[in-house]
Design a protein. Structure first.
Length: 247
């Protein structure tokens, strides 16, 4: 099976090299690596250019935000499986993609996910938070569950059947897409019980109460736009689950 990995970046010169090298170091041989840059001005493009033909496709142009860039990458992807790794993230070990593919070789499995750890922005050895996904049970989204998006992989056919990221949902776009694929469309997914990705701290949606309230509103819209009804506690369990992830 062929795997397309998409990295989106804007002014990510400080972290893009480690991200790229974590993809290129994977022991799975059939990886198509696509990088979508939002017309960076800090040297990011020059760093990406150093890797030449090791990157299958490189686009650098203004975009409508991170999810617009992801959609561009998905449209370019030719792999059977698609994964998205942001410029601040990197794969935790060199067999991460091999472990994903081994789970997704079955024609019945349409998606796969693993675990993720947040590391200190200045020192990747320091773990700030562990996102241990656990096995998925139908209806888990109603209890605030979701897998970490950078550790989420799906077969391309799901994007073709059910659509791309919605650009009108802000930071909830990845939540809505996974809700749509897994909870609504009932795609069959598998769990890799390993830390697949390390992410540097500094996310926007949970940085303060105002952002959390805005994210909650968009999470609610994600349910409504899919003609789904959450429990009254669903959207508050989602952020509360994260409290248990901190060390």
């Amino acid at each position: 099976m062929k795997v397309s990995i998409i990295t989106v970046v804007y002014n990510g010169a400080k972290t893009i090299r480690q991200c790229i090298e974590s993809v290129l170091a994977q022991d799975f041989s059939d990886i198509e690596y696509i990088v979508i840059d939002g017309n960076s001005k800090d040297g990011t493009q020059e760093i990406i250019g150093e890797y030449g033909s090791k990157i299958a496709a490189f686009v650098s142009e203004p975009d409508g935000g991170i999810y617009d860039a992801m959609n561009k990458g998905i449209k370019l992807a030719t792999g059977d499986i698609i994964g998205i790794l942001n410029a601040d993230d990197f794969y935790a070990y060199n067999a991460a993609i091999s472990d994903v593919v081994s789970k997704m070789e079955s024609p019945d499995i349409q998606g796969c996910y693993g675990d993720l750890v947040y590391v200190d922005a200045a020192n990747e050895v320091v773990i700030k938070r562990k996102w241990i996904s656990g096995n998925y049970k139908e209806g888990a989204f109603l209890n605030g569950w979701m897998p970490p998006h950078p550790a989420f992989f799906v077969k391309k056919e799901l994007y073709e059947r059910f659509g791309l990221f919605r650009l009108d949902l802000g930071s909830a776009a990845d939540y809505e897409l996974m809700l749509r694929f897994i909870h609504k469309a009932k795609a069959k997914i598998a769990y890799v019980p390993k830390v697949l990705v390390k992410m540097r701290t500094g996310g926007v949606s949970n940085s303060n109460l105002k952002n959390r309230i805005a994210a909650n509103r968009n999470d609610l819209r994600a349910w409504k736009e899919n003609d789904l009804k959450p429990h009254f506690y669903t959207l508050w369990l989602k952020p509360l689950r994260k409290i248990l992830q901190f060390r």
